[in-house]
Design a protein around this ligand. Structure first.
Ligand code: NDP
Length: 492
């Protein structure tokens, strides 16, 4: 067992110190090593951070900054992330198991997110409405004050940045609650914001259990908005609390996304894209294309291609540049995935490949699970309806377009969809009929920070990313300016 020299300190209310919560250990899922020991935040820490955040957000030195002055902080944070991208990637690989290629891309994406919102700050406008009487009306966005950002473990630095950057750009303070298992990269990001000169109480990072620390953030009276990314059940519970407070909430939740092949598709391209869509990040992705719809005429041939591709994937530690499928985030999560595949067998699934923990001696110490493809189930099986969040895809045959759309939409989720076809009219038609916030056509899992991201149905409420995300961290106020010199007639 090795412990990395990571100080047991977290940034609370502008000061780095030990949390007052319970001790927590960060584990490298590739080998079970303890890589850091920390003391989590407590509800008292949340209270202190929220009060200090409210004061810092209201201070004229932050509140009255001109857009380009506030943008400078974001530019500096983005530059520092870029400069330290390799270390951040290394840390995130050690804490989450993700491959270095993925964590390097996530660090670059986080840097780009800060740069994007710095630029976007100069483009926000305060509209003047058309005149409808002897007055002028305009609407001004104002900061909310303190915002809670609650993130999951699968892509910490990128999801942290997508919340922190627009929230700071809008003039708020942020309380960030990273997942209990993976707080290290969020803490490293906070150190870079200090180096960038951000007034320290504007960002507190509060690791710990969601049911304690996350709950305290959502309930805190000074917190005026929460942006939550996580599972649908947690999102529902957070949504109830937010509704009780009349507090706006953005929630990005789970998915069971269909990825659809048509018989005119470039089948090599489709197979490569589908394997990437389900097995990259070891399937621990909200947008994983976990239901793979294949037309009956090419079913046998295409499934063979998928299985051959899945069996070629290199499973190994994220630190090995050759690895494509790293370990799952924790041993407990790996066991949950294994149990769901066992249940799929009970439901009558054929295991086409994988379906077990690998037995190679170099992998037995880590939380690995082999890339798994199943078929023989109908879309209403629990395996096809519940998010597995691991390297497990189900292949389903279909006969015609209407039947396909009915099956693809027959899920509580509506997050993403992939369409593989050479016929762009068909792609347009199908994309418009699918319940999903994002549809990829002849590609998958590609992202632009400039493009809004949201879920339909139980995949979430509200939108992240895009230029308008800054406005989603503001409250709108309308001002009426009277132009008439005479008194209002009523009281004359
Ligand atoms: P969880 O819902 O378990 O946790 C998400 C975050 O919420 C964690 O920080 C967690 O803390 C915290 N949390 C847990 N309980 C509460 C509570 N009662 N009040 C406030 N916060 C709480 O999800 P996972 O971490 O397991 O992440 C996987 C899920 O996230 C999947 O369903 C996935 O689809 C979804 N996701 C959605 C994305 C999207 O954009 N739509 C993107 C990425 C993931 P703790 O770590 O202690 O549990």
């Amino acid at each position: 067992m090795r412990t990395l020299p990571i100080p047991d300190e977290i940034p609370v209310a502008g000061r780095w110190r030990r949390g007052r919560g319970t001790p927590l250990e960060c584990i490298d899922p590739a080998n079970g090593d303890v890589i850091a020991k920390l003391t989590a935040a407590s509800p008292a820490d949340v209270d202190e951070a929220a009060r200090a955040g409210a004061t810092a957000a209201a201070a004229p030195s932050w509140r009255d900054l001109l857009p380009h002055e506030r943008a400078r902080f974001l530019v500096r944070i983005g530059d520092l992330i870029d400069r330290h991208a390799d270390e951040l990637a290394e840390l995130q690989t050690r804490n989450t198991g993700k491959t270095r290629a993925e964590t390097r891309a996530l660090a670059s994406s986080a840097a780009g997110t800060f740069q994007f919102y710095a630029a976007a700050l100069e483009t926000t406008e305060t509209p003047l409405s058309p005149q409808r009487g002897p007055y002028l009306t305009m609407s001004v966005p104002e900061p909310i004050g303190v915002v809670g950002a609650i993130t999951p473990w699968n892509s910490p630095i990128a999801s942290d940045a997508q919340k922190i950057a627009p929230a700071l750009a809008a003039g708020n303070a942020v309380l960030l609650k990273p997942a209990e298992a993976t707080p290290l990269v969020s803490l490293a990001l906070a150190r870079l914001t200090v180096e960038a000169g951000l007034p320290p109480a504007l960002l507190s990072v509060l690791p710990g259990k969601g049911s304690v620390v996350g709950d305290a953030i959502v309930r805190h009276p000074a917190v005026g908005k929460v942006s939550f990314t996580g599972g649908t059940n947690t999102g529902r519970a957070v949504g109830h609390l937010a509704a009780d407070k009349f507090m706006p909430l953005t929630s990005e939740l789970g998915g069971k996304s269909p990825t659809i092949v048509f018989d005119d598709a470039d089948l090599d391209q489709a197979a490569a894209g589908i394997l990437f869509g389900i097995f990259s990040s070891s399937g621990q992705s909200c947008i994983a294309g976990s239901r793979i719809f294949v037309p009956e005429p090419v079913y046998g041939e295409f499934v063979e291609r998928l299985v051959a591709g899945a069996q070629r994937l290199r499973v190994g530690p994220g630190t090995d540049p050759a690895s494509q499928v790293g370990p799952l985030v924790t041993f407990a999560h790996r066991d949950r995935v294994a149990a769901m595949v066992d249940r799929a067998r009970e439901e009558g699934a054929n295991v086409l490949c994988g379906g077990r923990i690998p037995d190679a001696p170099e992998l037995t110490g880590g939380a690995y699970y082999l890339p798994t493809l199943l078929d023989g189930l109908s879309n209403d099986a629990r395996t096809c309806q519940e998010e597995i969040f691991g390297p497990v895809g189900v292949v389903l045959p279909y006969r015609d377009e209407d039947e396909l759309i009915a099956q693809a939409n027959d899920t509580i989720y509506g997050l993403a969809c992939g369409i593989w076809t050479r016929d762009y009219r068909r792609a347009w038609r199908v994309a418009r009929r699918i319940d999903a916030g994002t549809v990829w056509i002849n590609t998958y899992k590609q992202f632009s920070i400039a493009t809004p991201f949201s879920g339909m149905k139980a995949s979430g409420v509200g939108t992240d990313k895009g230029r308008d995300a800054i406005l989603r961290y503001t409250r709108q106020k309308s001002l009426y300016w009277g132009l008439d010199e005479a008194p209002l007639p009523w009281a004359r």
